[in-house]
Ligand binder design. Structure first.
Ligand code: GUN
Length: 282
């Protein structure tokens, strides 16, 4: 039976540590959040981030904008947050409402305040192996593996999903840690043949039931990044949890696995941004 990777408990420890570290700063860090439109999931995510920050002694200022906000007004807001001395981190909640183009907005973020690691400069530094910020979900996955002493060096890591937010940066981070990485996607042929070779199997697709027991090598660590909401309102990952649990060596629950770690890593980035801006870190 797989050991359950308890992201909720680990995130709680990380948050306690962040609380101590923010208390030691002369001025608490400040995260500015930009939330445009009424997307219900985004509203919930942003409230969660505000709550997490409050718990950790991080101030937040959320700019709620109507869905009809213009691209120019959104850019002007980002520009003013970039120049605001009191703001350490800026997070533009995605997806943006229809009609707005996220790319120019994310490119306009000041790289030193880009706590999501979305700006091309930060993505480039990460690709070069010199990250300034770590993207939150990939960083959360690595912290989870490290906490349970699951080695990466020399192991075959199979990542399913090549998104800019998760799959691609995760493949880069695992490579930097000396993992042997196979990055799979929707055009990959004979996926089960590859996943069965994985010591560490990470799925970030958003397709319930994608990872079956037959696709998992006995004893492998299975990390399920997906959060799919079923017709019954329940959250599930990509893995068929009851079927995979007896085969895997380690398995993340959904919810309570990677999700809380992503949130904790955002807080780490806000603290890091505050320290970098204040010359406490270089
Ligand atoms: N929407 C869904 N996930 C994220 C995230 O990690 N950051 C931002 N800014 N928006 C999101």
């Amino acid at each position: 039976m797989a050991v359950k990777l308890d992201g909720a408990a680990l995130a709680s420890n990380i948050k306690a540590q962040i609380r101590e570290e923010t208390a030691a700063l002369a001025r608490p860090p400040m995260l500015a959040v930009v939330l445009a439109g009424e997307d219900p999931a985004s509203q919930i995510y942003v409230r969660g981030k505000e709550r997490d920050c409050a718990e950790c002694g991080i101030r937040t200022r959320t700019h709620r904008l109507p869905a009809e906000v213009s691209q120019a007004d959104l850019l002007a807001l980002v520009d003013s947050l970039n120049r605001d001395e009191d703001v350490d981190g800026v997070l533009v909640q995605l997806p943006l409402p229809e009609g707005l183009d996220a790319r120019p907005i994310l490119h306009a973020l000041a790289p030193e305040k880009d706590v999501d690691c979305f700006h091309p400069l930060n993505a480039g530094l990460l690709a070069l192996g010199e990250p300034r910020f770590l993207p939150c979900t990939p960083a959360g996955v690595l912290e989870l593996l490290d906490a349970y002493e699951i080695p990466i060096r020399g192991r075959h890591c199979v990542v399913i999903g090549r998104s800019r937010l998760v799959g691609r940066p995760l493949a880069q981070l695992l490579t930097a840690r000396d993992g042997t990485v196979t990055l799979c996607h929707s055009k990959t042929r004979d996926l089960p043949n590859l996943t069965r070779q994985a010591d560490i199997l990470i799925s970030a697709v958003g397709q319930p039931g994608l990872v079956t027991a037959e696709m998992v090598k006995p004893g492998a660590a299975v990390i399920d990044v997906a959060m799919n909401r079923g017709a019954d309102g329940k959250l599930t990952g990509d893995a068929d949890f009851p079927a995979v649990e007896p085969v895997a060596g380690f398995l993340t629950p959904v919810p309570g696995g990677v999700g809380p770690m992503t949130r904790a890593c955002l807080l780490q980035n806000v603290l890091r941004a505050a320290r970098l801006r204040r010359g406490i870190l270089c």
